[in-house]
Design a protein around this ligand. Structure first.
Ligand SMILES: NC(=O)c1ccc[n+]([C@@H]2O[C@H](COP(=O)([O-])OP(=O)(O)OC[C@H]3O[C@@H](n4cnc5c(N)ncnc54)[C@H](OP(=O)(O)O)[C@@H]3O)[C@@H](O)[C@H]2O)c1
Length: 263
């Protein structure tokens, strides 16, 4: 299998380090990266770097599109000669649908849309995947395995992509925002901001460990929020301000933005 990546930013570098560490691609000719910048700006020995598709005569089994949605049409057209019939094209671009990609590529390719998240950098992505009808099972499995090398994978329908993007694609930012909000609380004479940050990270980490093993989150929460206690007072204050509704509204807004961006 030969694979190509168009674009070399956050997402493709995470994917490439995932596939390299998975051991699937050991030959340095297996992976080619097309990027509109000079190779000297990067440091990746195990891949071929080319500035544009016109420099390549290779046939690629799978082409990953890893540029921002606004750059996708230009990036495909700049590299159009690497697209051939019967290839698999994988797009991680938020909001760009399978039918639009087919119109731009104008070849008989099968298309997979994937929505990973930033945790891909630590091989902990949550990725939603959907395939166009003509994708063959072997290739689909292969592509899924590549995403499994950077975390968890769930198959979804294309019409669920907006919802998935809003919840899991943007999800890391929501939790970081919550961490930021907690960072702004509590002034301690003997705890530096650096230490407070570390303690909050431990708090998020240990709480998620408890979530993994519990069957009943509300019951678990009630063991911290005892009747008439401090935690219950704080949760009541959040409920008075409709905290869950605020979160749900934010996810709806993200979903709507994803729909709007898809044109
Ligand atoms: N980051 C995330 O958490 C995340 C999560 C899910 C999905 N995604 C999707 O992943 C895609 C990439 O996001 P990213 O965060 O990796 O963006 P990024 O870091 O900006 O990477 C995109 C790279 O593509 C390059 N590029 C732009 N036009 C090009 C062209 N014509 N030919 C070749 N390369 C070109 C950009 O170069 P310049 O900097 O010079 O423009 C940039 O280095 C987006 O579509 C996004 O929706 C991202």
């Amino acid at each position: 299998m030969k694979i190509a990546f168009i674009g070399y930013g956050n997402m493709s570098s995470a994917l490439i380090s995932g596939v390299l560490s998975s051991g699937k691609f050991n030959n340095s000719n297996d992976i080619t990266i097309f990027h509109n910048k000079k190779k000297s700006e990067f440091n990746l020995e195990k891949c071929i770097f080319l500035e544009s598709g016109s420099e390549s005569k290779d046939y690629f089994d799978i082409i990953f599109l890893c540029v921002k949605p606004k750059d996708i049409e230009k990036a495909i057209n700049q590299n159009i000669n690497i697209f051939r019939d019967n290839q698999s094209v994988v797009s991680v671009a938020a909001g760009v649908c399978i039918s639009s990609l087919k119109k731009i590529i104008k070849k008989n390719v099968s298309i997979t849309r994937a929505m990973p998240n930033l945790c891909a950098i630590y091989n902990e992505s949550i990725t939603g995947i959907c395939n166009s009808n003509e994708s063959d099972t072997e290739r689909k499995n292969y592509i899924e395995d590549i995403f499994r090398s950077i975390g968890h994978v769930r198959k979804i329908n294309e019409d669920e992509m907006h919802e998935f993007t809003a919840l899991f694609g943007s999800g890391p930012a929501y939790l970081m925002y919550f961490y930021e909000a907690l960072m702004e609380c509590g002034n301690f004479k003997n705890i530096s901001n650096e230490d407070k940050s570390l303690l909050l990270m431990h708090l998020l980490n240990s709480t998620s460990k408890m979530l993994f093993v519990t069957k009943d989150v509300k019951k678990l929460r009630s063991t911290v929020a005892s009747k008439g206690g401090t935690t219950e007072a704080a949760i009541e204050s959040l409920e008075e301000k409709n905290f869950k509704k605020i979160i749900s509204k934010a996810i709806e807004v993200a979903k709507k933005r994803s729909i709007d961006l898809s044109g």
